[in-house]
Ligand binder design. Structure first.
Ligand code: PLP
Length: 349
């Protein structure tokens, strides 16, 4: 079998959620962001495990993700949609009982016309200029909106991974200005905001990446191990070339293992000639170019060629690999390809 195995430790995900929940303190409802298939790990199994552990509020980016999640979770937990109510979403919103986070007066009008009485929240822009109503827009409609009983008022921090960034208190004060005395539950913080402290927590938090033990929550537990099968190996002599564009030229006799994963599986080409794979705790350098389905690895120093090499695991987390490839842990996780066989363990509270 040439398909690699992605092991997902649901106990680690639950432990991370609980730790973030404890950080948020009593009276704060800790949600779970499971957009993009729970950051590549599988929204169904991850959300089910978290629901069993006590999570009651889930967040996704798009209505379609919410509808799939509702099938998994069944009735009960709240599923909120960051992109709000888009044209064509009404039937799905109604059927799957999704709660759109309305981002504009246009979305508000669409929602009130299509689904009067249906749950909704409002997303406010506090300076990131990506999603949400502008303050003037909000001030014009706040009275009508509040009378309709929103379930949540939320905004999103642009720089929360850097606690010293002055943008954080700026957005905090703007959020308070726009939402105080509304009596509606409020949410400002993703993982980074939770770590900024209680001023940022309000009534609901929205951790995503922190559930998987990645930056900015490096204190969390790593939840994934990705083990790539060795398809073939060969000994090359000094001067022989390996891979596309002769990306590696052996300067001495070298044993090369050809390993089954490439950029189509989410290994960035920027890892070419730079990344490290692991046989247990022994590092093995990736040599030459990352190609679509395969990479080549120098295993000359191993007593025998193993059946598989780890690229994510205890020796190297998603953030470590991201640093080598010039990206972030989020992109490594969400890029984890559809060809991997996902295997789950743990997850029973
Ligand atoms: C993705 C996202 C989150 C989760 O962010 P993390 O940094 O992964 O914790 C929370 N809120 C919004 C609006 C998001 O888009």
């Amino acid at each position: 079998m040439a398909s690699a195995t992605l092991e997902i430790d649901l106990d680690a995900v639950i432990a991370n959620w609980r730790a973030l929940d404890r950080m948020s303190g009593p009276g704060v409802d800790t949600g779970a962001v499971v957009k993009a298939d729970a950051y590549g790990l599988g929204a169904g199994p991850v959300a089910l495990a978290l629901a069993r552990a006590g999570a009651r509020r889930f967040f996704v980016a798009q209505a379609e993700e919410g509808a799939a999640l509702r099938k998994t979770l069944g009735p009960g937990p709240e599923i909120s949609v960051f992109s709000g109510h888009m044209a064509g979403d009404a039937a799905m919103m109604a059927q799957a009982e999704l709660t759109p986070m309305l981002n504009s007066v246009e979305q508000l009008t669409r929602h009130f016309e299509a689904l009067p009485g249906h749950s909704f929240g409002v997303q406010l822009d506090t300076g990131m200029n990506r999603l949400g109503m502008e303050s003037a827009e909000w001030e014009a409609v706040a009275g009508i909106v509040l009378a309709a009983g929103p379930s949540l008022l939320m905004s999103h921090l642009a720089c929360s991974d850097d606690p010293s960034d002055p943008m954080n208190p700026e957005q905090l004060h703007e959020f308070i200005r726009l939402t105080e005395d509304t009596g509606v539950p409020r949410s400002l913080s993703a993982t980074g905001g939770i770590l900024l402290g209680p001023d940022y927590h309000f009534e609901v938090t929205r951790p995503g990446i922190g559930l998987h033990g990645c930056a900015p929550y490096q204190a969390g537990q790593q939840a994934v191990r990705l083990s790539l099968p060795v398809v073939q190996w060969r000994d090359v002599a000094a001067g022989e070339r390996v891979g596309y564009a002769n990306g590696f030229v052996a300067d001495q006799p070298t044993r090369i293992a050809t390993v089954a994963a490439g950029y189509a599986d989410g290994l960035p080409r920027t890892l070419s000639g730079r990344a490290t794979l692991w046989d247990g705790d022994t590092p093995c350098p990736l040599v030459g170019r990352v190609s679509m389905d395969l990479i080549t690895v120098d295993v000359s120093h191993l007593p025998e060629v193993p059946e598989a090499l780890d690229i994510l695991g205890p020796m190297q987390g998603a953030d470590d690999l991201a640093a080598v490839g010039g990206t972030i842990g989020y992109e490594i996780l969400t890029g984890l390809g559809a060809r991997y066989a996902r295997r789950y363990y743990g997850g029973q509270p």
